[in-house]
Design a binder for this molecule. Structure first.
Ligand code: NAD
Ligand code: UDP
Length: 312
C-alpha cells in the first residue's frame, strides 16, 4: 500500500538515503528540511520522482500535513555543527519533537524518533544496552545535543502514554557513508577527506577512544523494520549500530591503508566530554526486528572513499 511519509531532516546524510529507500518502495515522500546541514545535492537525484516533495521549513515551527508515517531526523548531528548554535540545537530536538508529535496526534500517524547513542553519554556500562540510563553531563558543550535527544525520548513516551500516539524510538550509533558532507566534521568524513587531500589526519586526544561504525544502508534497513513493526506496541528504544569496536587510531590507519594516502597522523586536543568508549548491544534489535548489520567496516569505508573521490 502506498503511504504518505514525512521525513524531517530529509536532505541530510541519513535522511537522503531514507527518502530514496522509501521512494523505491513506492511511497509518497515529503522531505522537510531547513538546510542547516542538509545539502540539496543529496536529494537532486530524487527530484525527478513525482512522488517526492521538498519543503523548506524549520521544524521548531508548527507544520501541518496529512500523513501516515513520520521519521523525525531534523537535528544537526555533528559536534561542530550542533555546538555552533546550541540553543537552536536543543530547540530542534524539543520543539521539533512537540511539533512532530502534534502532527502524529492529529493525523494518527506513527512517529519514529531518530535518537542517538549519545543518550548514554560517556557510558559506564559497556557495551550499551537499552536499559542503561546513561552518564550524561547536563551542562557541558555536548549537552544541547545529548539532553535535547533525551528530552525528545521523554516527549515521545509521554505522548504515547498520555495521548495514545503511536511512537518508535531508535538509538542510532555512529553511522557513515556516501552523502556525508565533506565539511561535516565527524571522524569518518574528516579522516577520508584529509587522506584524499594529503592533509594531516587529525586525531583528537590519544586516539584510544572507541566508536562502533555502522554503514548507512544497514541503518536504513533497521529504521524501516522498526517503522513496519506495527503488529504490537513495540516502541523501543532500540539500539541500531554495528557492534564492531575500533579506536580512532585504528580507524585512521585503516583509512590511510585503504586510500593509499601518505598523510601524517597528528594529535590534537580532545574536545570536552568526548565519550571514551561506545559499542552497541544489539540483542534487542536482533530479537524484535530480526535485524543486524551486514556491511563490514572495510567494505563500507571503500564505498565512502569512492564517494568522496567523486565529489571532491
Ligand atoms: P545531518 O546533519 O546530515 O542531517 C540533519 C538534517 O536535519 C539536515 O538536513 C539539516 O539541515 C536538518 N535540520 C537540522 N535542524 C533542522 C530544523 N530545525 N528544521 C528542519 N531541518 C533541520 O545528520 P545525519 O547524520 O543525517 O543525522 C540525522 C539524524 O540522525 C539526526 O537527528 C541525528 O541526531 C541522528 N543520528 C545520527 C547519527 C550518525 O552517526 N549519523 C547517530 C545518531 C543519531
Ligand atoms: N575525532 C577525531 N578526529 C576528528 C574528528 C573526530 O579524532 O577529526 C574523534 C572524536 O574526538 C571522537 C570520535 O572521533 O572521539 C568520534 O567523533 P564524531 O564527531 O565522529 O562522533 P561522536 O563523538 O559524536 O561519536
Amino acid at each position: 500500500m502506498r503511504k504518505r511519509i514525512l521525513v524531517t531532516g530529509g536532505a541530510g546524510f541519513i535522511g537522503s538515503h531514507l527518502c530514496e529507500r522509501l521512494l523505491n518502495e513506492g511511497h509518497e515522500v515529503i522531505c522537510l528540511d531547513n538546510f542547516f546541514t542538509g545539502n540539496k545535492d543529496n536529494i537532486i537525484p530524487l527530484m525527478k520522482n513525482p512522488h517526492f516533495e521538498v519543503v523548506r521549513h524549520d521544524i521548531t515551527m508548527p507544520y501541518f500535513v496529512e500523513i501516515d508515517e513520520i521519521y523525525n531526523l531534523a537535528c544537526p548531528a555533528s559536534p561542530i555543527h550542533y555546538q555552533y548554535d546550541p540553543i537552536q540545537t536543543i530547540k530542534a530536538s524539543i520543539m521539533g519533537s512537540i511539533n512532530v508529535l502534534g502532527i502524529a496526534k492529529r493525523t494518527g500517524a506513527v512517529a519514529l524518533q531518530a535518537s542517538t547513542s549519545e543518550v548514554y553519554g560517556d557510558p559506564q556500562v559497556h557495551p550499551q544496552v537499552e536499559s542503561y540510563w546513561g552518564n550524561v553531563n547536563p551542562i557541558g558543550l555536548r549537552s544541547c545535543y545529548d539532553e535535547g535527544k533525551r528530552c525528545a525520548e521523554t516527549l515521545f513516551m509521554d505522548y504515547h502514554r498520555r495521548e495514545g500516539v503511536k511512537v518508535k524510538i531508535i538509538r542510532i550509533f555512529n553511522t557513515y557513508g556516501p552523502n556525508m558532507h565533506p565539511q561535516d566534521g565527524r571522524v569518518v568524513s574528516n579522516f577520508i577527506v584529509q587522506a584524499l587531500q594529503g592533509k594531516d589526519i587529525t586525531i583528537y586526544g590519544t586516539g584510544q577512544q572507541t566508536r562502533s561504525f555502522q554503514y548507512v544502508t544497514d541503518l536504513i534497513e533497521g529504521m524501516v523494520r522498526m517503522m513496519e513493526r506495527t503488529s504490537d506496541d513495540f516502541t523501543g528504544p532500540v539500539n541500531l549500530g554495528n557492534p564492531g569496536e575500533f579506536t580512532m587510531l585504528e580507524l585512521a590507519e585503516k583509512i590511510l591503508q585503504l586510500t593509499g594516502s601518505k598523510s601524517k597522523i597528528v594529535f590534537m586536543p580532545l574536545p570536552s566530554d568526548d565519550p571514551t568508549q561506545r559499542k552497541p548491544d544489539i540483542s534487542l534489535a536482533k530479537k524484535e526486528l530480526d535485524w543486524q548489520p551486514g556491511i563490514a567496516l572495510d567494505d563500507g569505508l571503500r564505498e565512502t572513499i569512492d564517494y568522496f573521490r567523486r565529489i571532491l
